[in-house]
Ligand binder design. Structure first.
Ligand code: PMP
Length: 396
């Protein structure tokens, strides 16, 4: 009976029992439902009403490079980054909105290449790289660019012009990264994917200031369903080409979603601006940092006791947002088996937990990526099941 397998959170954010042991726990995607409980507690603070006659036009501001970007979202994005301190948004920085940062990745590839070359431009990222980069790069078999794999293995002399995607902190392994292809000169361009450069996951060490960097509403506040991402772009022509891509592929981005994103970012910023007399643990990043810390602490205990897997260790760093030295709490657990096994298969076979194999990220099958962003009840069940594993073999 499928319905009895589901264990939704009740109105108080408390979890109800329970999952049958043969129910597969899906921890494969990074669906950020962990943050739902926070927003439930916020009640009506983010509620907005849109009447039938509002937000009907395609156009937001025809004088802007990104003419479908709602001015309210542009202002909210700049304020959000100023509040957190994780990106430079002042000076001549252009904002381009996308249907998720997924669309902006493709827009950036389009903007950094031009037709008429004999060979497509190579696209690389250091392994383990985000598993969607290869698929998103190649699914239309573009003549402009092609996925070339691990940036560490890239040979500039042989392959010529290239684009390196730098994802920091990195999905799947949580490491802080810089470009790895050396001597870039004018042959190489960079795209910075900063989806996880938010205080609940990682110390904010400085305001990022790259040529093209993008962020997403999905991982910053947890509202993946709104499909809002934004890029901060230094060069006007690159911003114009990225906007052109969004125009050609979807004729803009939902204004309803843009307005909702602006509202939610505003509520977070208001909280920090007025926080002198309130308890900080009720503020979004403080609260979510605590949740992530609690999950990581519990996971590390279980993994240490089991002695069959290991997790990376992340050094503490000074965070300019919290004003303190803090530990990173990545959105994914990058688990490595001590034995030479297919860890995804082992977890699926032994404890009915679905992760994503290291092979999808360009590395060994001993690794598996597990989402740390599930609802609390799913995470609790995961830990309970993980604690029952005392040995691993490929037979399972
Ligand atoms: N970049 C990275 C590194 C991601 O993990 C994700 C989401 N899993 C995305 C981009 C895309 O996110 P979205 O399209 O929801 O903005």
């Amino acid at each position: 009976n499928k319905t009895s397998c589901v264990s939704p959170a009740n109105g108080n954010g408390m979890t109800l029992p329970s999952f049958p042991s043969d129910h597969v726990l899906n921890l494969e995607q990074g669906d950020p439902t962990v943050f739902e409980s926070y927003w439930r507690k916020m009640g009506d603070k983010c509620t907005m009403v849109i009447s039938g006659s509002e937000l009907m036009s395609y156009i937001s501001d025809f004088t802007s490079v990104c003419w479908f970007l709602e001015p309210a979202l542009e202002a909210a994005v700049r304020r959000f980054h100023r509040t957190v301190g994780n990106a430079v948004v002042d000076g001549d920085r252009h904002i381009v909105v996308g249907t998720g940062s997924t669309q902006l990745y493709q827009a950036a590839l389009y903007a950094l290449t031009s037709p008429g070359r004999s060979e497509p431009v190579s696209v690389v990222s250091a392994a383990p790289y985000y598993s969607s980069y290869p698929d998103e790069t190649d699914y239309l078999c573009s003549a402009l660019y092609k996925w070339t794999g691990d940036a560490y293995a890239f040979n500039k002399t042989r392959h010529g012009p290239y684009i390196e995607v730098v994802n920091t902190p990195n999905n799947p392994d949580g490491t802080l990264r810089e470009a790895v292809v050396k001597n870039r000169s004018d042959q190489g361009k960079l795209i910075h994917d900063l989806a996880y450069y938010w205080p609940q996951y990682t110390p904010i060490t400085r305001p990022a200031d790259h040529d093209i960097m993008y962020f997403t509403f999905s991982k910053s506040t947890g509202h993946a369903g709104s499909r809002i991402g934004w890029a901060i772009v230094k060069d006007r022509e690159v911003a114009r080409k990225m906007s052109k891509f969004v125009e050609l592929s979807s004729l803009g981005v939902s204004k309803d979603s843009q307005q909702r994103a602006a509202k939610i970012m505003g509520v977070i910023c208001d909280g920090y601006e007025n926080c002198k007399s309130t308890d900080n643990s009720e503020l979004f990043f403080d609260h979510c940092h605590q949740i992530m810390g609690n999950r990581w602490e519990r996971l590390r205990k279980v993994v240490e006791q089991s002695e069959v897997f290991s997790l990376p260790n992340y050094p503490k760093k000074y965070c300019i947002f919290f004003g303190d030295s803090v530990e990173p709490y990545p959105a994914f657990a990058w688990m490595e088996a001590e034995e030479d096994v297919d860890t995804e298969k082992v977890l699926r076979g032994q404890i009915k937990v679905q992760g994503r194999t290291g092979r999808r990220f360009g590395v060994d099958q001993r690794y598996v990526r597990i989402s740390m962003l599930s609802r609390e009840d799913v995470f609790n069940h995961f830990l309970e099941r993980l604690s029952t594993i005392t040995s691993v073999t490929n037979g399972h």
